[in-house]
Write a protein that binds this ligand. Structure first.
Ligand code: ZN
Length: 453
């Protein structure tokens, strides 16, 4: 809303434009004096300026008064004024929140922190006790894989997350410590061992935004990625994420044999972002797939922010087709590990993740053809704007309809007989956005919806 003083200023500016009496001209003539003709012109302009300003100010006040009155009376139906309806802002209390702070902290730790948890902070270690040459690096939020080759002479790195301000190795609440720096961590753990190769799991900056630091420290490190990841990085041209050479890319499958290590790179389509790669060590039975499964946690909001929900769901099944004992998911505190003290196998985490997704799908599908959520939306908008205008506020209506449908899914998950405690954490926080992502995918036809009766 334009305030009275702003309106007055606008009126002054408009009147000056009409009179052609620009302020700097006026000041200069006042300061330097005038010939007689000029002076009378100046005087004449000044009278016109004052009269016009007063007239515009009066007109402005007449306009502002009713507009202010309308804005302050929200629940009443707003009558159309010359065909224009003025919609007051919707009340935020009428809408559910999109994410929730957990009410019970124990719901945030799916597994015993001292058993299966890799680390809540900075850590580096073997992915499995029987493997001496495959390490994970983590800051408690991201995971990187470091594979030693040629009997410890070089490192093949998978991903290089960008340092984050909260990814520090000490629990200093003021963050007065350097952020997680992947180069320092590698040099501390493997002194004198260079990174010779760097594989990208996909192109997102949170996972490979530290790649330039690796290249700066070890300039001969060869970058390897899927061809679509290269294409994306070439287009974006972000200095933090250097693109690989064309000859170091692949299409469907590429097997790397480097210093005694065999690493398979597979592409089975977009399961999160075009080019996302399954990195598989067949002899070690280690699989790294990023941003699909989060062992011990529900997926990140909006189903892991995936570009392609159908592909992302299918990705879970593809993971289960691999023969693996360790799953490196790229995020958070836990690896999928067949030797985990909890006895929860790597594949069990994938199966639980699939069950959670299936519950969302079932909840959305159950209400998909029930248009009462649309009427709920009309009710919410009508309750604020007045019923005659509920359908005119198009975005508000769509938003309320989507929220009502999503909220129904959230309620279904709350009443589900599945007990995710000890299996998946963070449900309260992300149920809403995960439900919404699935609902949107259903609306757009990216996932199958129940047939019409
Ligand atoms: Zn990603």
């Amino acid at each position: 809303m334009v305030s009275a003083s702003e309106f007055a200023w606008m009126a002054v500016r408009i009147s000056r434009k009409i009179s052609g009496n620009k302020p700097h001209k006026r000041i200069s003539s006042e300061v330097f004096g005038h010939e007689e003709g000029e002076f009378s012109m100046f005087f004449h302009n000044k009278i016109r300026f004052v009269l016009l300003s007063a007239a515009l100010l009066f007109a402005g006040l007449l306009l502002i008064a009713p507009a202010t009155a309308i804005a302050q009376a929200p629940p009443e139906p707003v009558p159309p004024v010359d065909g224009i309806k003025v919609a007051p802002a919707l009340s935020p209390e009428t809408f559910p929140t999109t994410s929730e702070i957990p009410t019970d902290i124990s719901s945030q730790f799916a597994l015993d922190r001292n058993s299966d948890g890799v680390s809540e902070g900075m850590a580096i270690g073997k992915v499995r006790s029987d493997l001496d040459d495959v390490y994970y690096l983590t800051d408690g939020n991201y995971q990187t894989l470091a594979i030693l080759h040629s009997y410890g002479q070089g490192i093949i790195l998978v991903d290089a997350p960008e340092p984050l301000p909260f990814s520090n190795p000490s629990p200093d609440p003021n963050f007065n410590v350097p952020p997680y720096d992947i180069v320092t961590v590698l040099e501390d753990k493997f002194p004198g061992v260079p990174v010779t190769h760097m594989i990208y799991s996909h192109g997102h900056t949170d996972h490979i935004g530290g790649a330039k630091k690796i290249k700066d420290r070890w300039p001969s490190a060869k970058i390897i990625s899927h061809i679509l990841t290269r294409k994306l990085l070439k287009k974006i041209n972000d200095p933090r994420r250097p693109a690989p050479r064309l000859r170091n890319t692949f299409l469907n499958k590429r097997t790397l044999r480097i210093g005694g290590q065999k690493i398979e790179l597979h592409y089975f389509g977009n399961i999160h972002q075009a080019g996302n790669t399954y990195i598989y060590l067949p002899r070690k039975k280690v699989l790294m797939v990023v941003d699909v499964v989060y062992p011990g946690w529900v997926p990140f909001r909006r189903l892991a922010l995936s570009e392609n929900i159908r592909g992302w769901l299918k990705g879970h099944d593809t993971i289960l087709k691999f023969d693996f004992k360790t799953l490196v998911p790229g995020h958070l505190t836990i690896l999928g590990d067949d030797e985990a003290p909890s006895g929860i196998s790597a594949k069990q985490h994938v199966i639980w993740a699939k069950q959670y997704n299936d519950e969302i799908a079932a909840a959305i599908n159950a209400g998909y053809r029930d248009i009462s959520t649309l009427f709920e939306g009309v009710g919410v908008v009508g309750g604020v704007l007045g019923n005659p205008f509920a359908t005119a506020a198009k975005w508000a209506l769509f938003s309320a309809f989507y929220d009502a449908s999503t909220q129904r899914c959230v309620e279904a998950l709350k009443n589900s007989t599945s007990d995710w405690k000890g299996k998946l954490a963070g449900e309260e926080t992300f149920n809403f956005s995960n439900c919404e992502a699935y609902f949107v995918a259903a609306r757009l036809g990216d996932v199958e919806v129940p047939p019409a009766p």
